[in-house]
Write a protein that binds this ligand. Structure first.
Ligand SMILES: [Zn+2]
Length: 196
């Protein structure tokens, strides 16, 4: 039987309200709480749950291209506490693989994230026998999109959970969805409904 993983991309304080990209990140605290709620409820449906974090130590010209964000070991780089608030438990107790990326360069894709031994996300997923991925987080049209593109190219059966992701540029989101679908990525809602 195929195994499933949930990949929660870059749900970090600097990508929410009050961070350096505000107001483009408005509403993301609520999305983070929703991710927490979803993960707590459906943890049993996933063989593996992964988080990625942008974790910049000295990321070359990344801070020329973007506002300074997610500097290693700062509050801005920490996971949004709304994940735990939504889950009703410490979110990290639901996570098997907390991974990081972007130490010394741009790393938009969660597929470049590594564990403390330096093993990459695709290596960890393949080692665990995972073939199906549900991906969510921030930004839907940024690092989440980069992650699902790489996942589809690597042969995973991949779904972007749209209602568990924060869009950075709403006016171009439709084009991004079409482009991702052209690569075989499914773009769906989660099974949570608004009353949940
Ligand atoms: Zn970054």
């Amino acid at each position: 039987m195929s195994k499933r993983a949930l990949v929660v991309v870059d749900v970090q304080n600097d990508f929410t309200e009050g961070g350096p990209f505000d107001p483009a990140t408005a509403g993301n605290d609520a999305v983070a709480a929703r991710i927490g709620r979803y993960t707590a409820r459906f943890r049993g449906d996933y063989d593996v749950v992964v988080t990625t974090q942008d974790w910049h130590i000295s990321p070359a010209d990344h801070f020329v291209k973007h506002a300074v964000h997610c500097v290693a070991d700062t509050v801005g780089a920490e996971l949004d506490p709304q994940l735990s608030a939504g889950a009703g438990v410490d979110f990290l107790t639901l996570v098997d693989l907390p991974l990081r990326k972007g130490f010394y360069a741009d790393d938009y894709s969660g597929f470049n994230a590594i564990d403390t031994a330096g093993t990459t996300l695709p290596e960890l997923l393949q080692g665990a026998g995972v073939t199906q991925l549900d991906v969510c987080g921030f930004a839907a049209d940024g690092c989440v999109a980069a992650t699902v593109r790489d996942a589809a190219a690597a042969g995973f059966d991949v779904t972007l959970l749209e209602d568990l992701s924060g869009v950075f540029a709403p006016t171009t989101w439709g084009e991004t969805v079409a482009e991702l679908q052209s690569h075989g990525v499914k773009v769906n809602g989660s099974v949570l409904v608004d009353s949940d």
